[in-house]
Design a protein around this ligand. Structure first.
Ligand code: S3P
Length: 177
């Protein structure tokens, strides 16, 4: 009971802490950590920003989908997904019912503050960044909620959030078995 080799997949908006929390879960839970953007970058041999420049957002989304299909075949991982991945039904479908999808629900104001000096995320490199973030956040929020098996308010420290995720994932797994 509660022992499940399937993946824990963290989703949520850019800057919600998927990687930091994910690394903590992996360390405490004896699983490997996988960052989806890093996985895509290694396969493509270039940074996400360069992929956007060279192939556009659509090109990136296709690579991201391929990564989702491949990762869904793997086992026993904690995965930090890219912020846009779970806004596409085809990616939700790749994981749903097999892995546990966890939405890290962090308020927009916290995220705005964390990302105010960000230079790496192509979608945020624009003069109307605050407005664009608000629109994207509001559009995506219900989609993350729908996609997720578990929703965690992620405003605590990464370690506390990691423990909360582990607790909730175990409860979710016990419910299924
Ligand atoms: C994106 C989020 C990024 C990265 C890409 C697109 C998005 O990942 O995949 O820049 O659409 O929200 P993080 O959530 O890790 O920043």
């Amino acid at each position: 009971m509660g022992i499940n080799m399937n993946n824990i997949i963290l989703c949520g908006f850019m800057g919600c802490g998927k990687s930091t929390v994910g690394k903590n879960i992996a360390r405490k839970n004896g699983r490997k950590f996988l960052d989806m953007d890093t996985y895509i970058e290694e396969k493509a041999g270039m940074k996400v920003s360069e992929i956007f420049e060279k192939y556009g957002e659509d090109g990136f989304r296709n690579m991201e989908h391929e990564a989702c299909l491949e990762i869904a075949e793997m086992k026993d991982l904690v995965v930090a997904s890219g912020g846009g991945a779970f806004t596409f039904e085809r990616n939700v479908r790749a994981f749903k019912g097999k892995d546990t999808i966890v939405f890290l629900d962090v308020p927009l104001e916290v995220i705005k503050n964390r990302l105010k000096n960000d230079k790496t995320r192509p979608l945020l490199q624009r003069p109307d960044k605050d407005k664009a973030m608000k629109e994207l956040f509001e559009k995506r929020y219900p989609i993350y909620n729908d996609a997720a098996d578990v929703v965690i308010a992620g405003q605590n420290t990464p370690l506390k959030t990691a423990y909360l995720v582990m607790e909730m994932v175990e409860a979710e797994n016990n419910k299924c078995f």
